[in-house]
Write a protein that binds this ligand. Structure first.
Ligand SMILES: C[S@@+](CC[C@H](N)C(=O)[O-])C[C@H]1O[C@@H](n2cnc3c(N)ncnc32)[C@H](O)[C@@H]1O
Length: 351
């Protein structure tokens, strides 16, 4: 029960292994990471007693780039009938949990299993509650059951305030029909991920101005307009007319890498497909030179050494701010709606 299970986008298992192994090494925790390709998960097997718990305590979930969800525990086998009794017996040694999520991995097998989980959840919840193993309490640890099949489940524990916001780390966002492109969900997910909900009115307010670099046809601009912001949309391509009709958008057909606003804006967002080093330098310049206070920028991933490359870029950005002596919070995550990319969020904290 001293293993971490880490969910991720299929194909990114080795990035997760590299990432978690680096954190374990930093915390001087012995163990090893393992994963099979395209299984949408990795495991970190801890050799020190209590190692998995210490590893989770030493890492903020929000720091992890390629990990969608995590839990400490271990796999157990379940019989074909009366799985609930086996789970109850296994959980007898644990303190009561504050919530329960049934999860699967983000693979085709996982999708097939989600029907089983839906059916299994209600009776399991009832039995756990009756046995005093589950009491609705957001401060208590969450029980995360990740089913690999109907016969095998990872019984995992995670702190509710240090794990994913949604089961499997996958937000269920509804595509707004009026939005001009599906990538609109990327910016919406970024806000859910990086900005606590109770701060939205203040940090995404209708008194703000924003610049959208690489804006066409306007999926990201749509989100900014939906918050009531005045948006400068930069792209040689056409913007959706519905957005231009709002009167909140100014469209400029110029190069997003050289154009700068005359007056500082509150937000800069950028979804241009470019070399990640160039996008990172743009991000650093906008925040560093005071053109914007907050930014969301997509970094396309290289083919190889994806984790090492992202870490290198983030370090370079942080060094840039240190040299300018300005305080900036930097976060980076591979969002559910990201493919071969990660999303960075930066917020200038000092004047
Ligand atoms: C992935 S699309 C953006 C999609 C947009 N975020 C949305 O939600 O609809 C990338 C856009 O970047 C634009 N682009 C590429 N290079 C650019 C540059 N140097 N300056 C401005 N826009 C650029 C392209 O024309 C393209 O429309």
């Amino acid at each position: 029960m001293n293993t971490l299970l880490l969910h991720c986008r299929p194909g990114f298992e080795s990035e997760v292994c590299a990432e978690i192994a680096e954190h374990a090494a930093r915390l001087e925790l012995a163990g090893y990471a393992k994963a099979r390709p395209d299984t949408a998960c990795a495991e970190f097997i801890c050799s020190d007693p209590g190692g998995a718990e210490r590893l989770m305590a030493g890492v903020r979930f929000s720091q992890l780039i390629f990990v969608r969800q995590w839990a400490r525990g271990g796999f157990i086998e379940l019989p074909e009938k009366d799985r609930i009794s086996v789970l109850l017996a296994h959980l007898a040694a644990y303190p009561a949990f504050g919530s329960l999520w049934l999860e699967v991995l983000d693979t085709n097998d996982g999708k097939e299993l989600s029907g089983f989980c839906k059916k299994f959840e209600a009776p399991l919840r009832k039995a756990l509650t009756a046995a005093g193993r589950l009491v609705e309490d957001a401060r208590k640890a969450r029980l995360l059951l990740t089913f690999r099949s109907g016969r095998e489940v990872f019984v995992g524990v995670a702190e509710a305030n240090n794990s994913a916001l949604w089961p499997m780390g996958i937000p269920r966002l509804k595509f707004p029909r009026e939005a001009p492109s599906r990538s609109t969900l990327k910016l919406e997910e970024a806000w859910h991920t990086f900005i606590p909900r109770e701060q939205w009115d203040e940090r995404l307010s209708d008194e703000m101005t924003a610049v959208d670099l690489g804006a066409a046809p306007g999926g990201w601009t749509y989100q900014l307009v939906r918050r009531g912001m005045l948006v400068t949309a930069i792209d040689n391509g056409p913007m959706a007319e519905s957005l231009m009709d709002t009167g909140l958008v100014q469209h400029l057909m110029v190069d997003g890498f050289t154009w700068k606003p005359k007056h500082p804006v509150d937000w800069m967002v950028c979804d241009i497909v470019e070399k990640p080093a160039r996008s990172a330098a743009l991000l650093e310049a906008w925040i560093g030179e005071g053109h914007c206070r907050e930014a969301v920028v997509n970094l396309k991933l290289p083919m190889k050494q994806r984790y090492a490359e992202v870490r290198r870029l983030l370090e370079r950005i942080a060094e840039g701010f240190a040299a300018r002596r300005i305080k900036v919070s930097i976060a980076c995550k591979q969002l559910y709606h990201d493919r071969e990319e990660v999303t960075c969020h930066l917020r200038r904290l000092s004047k």
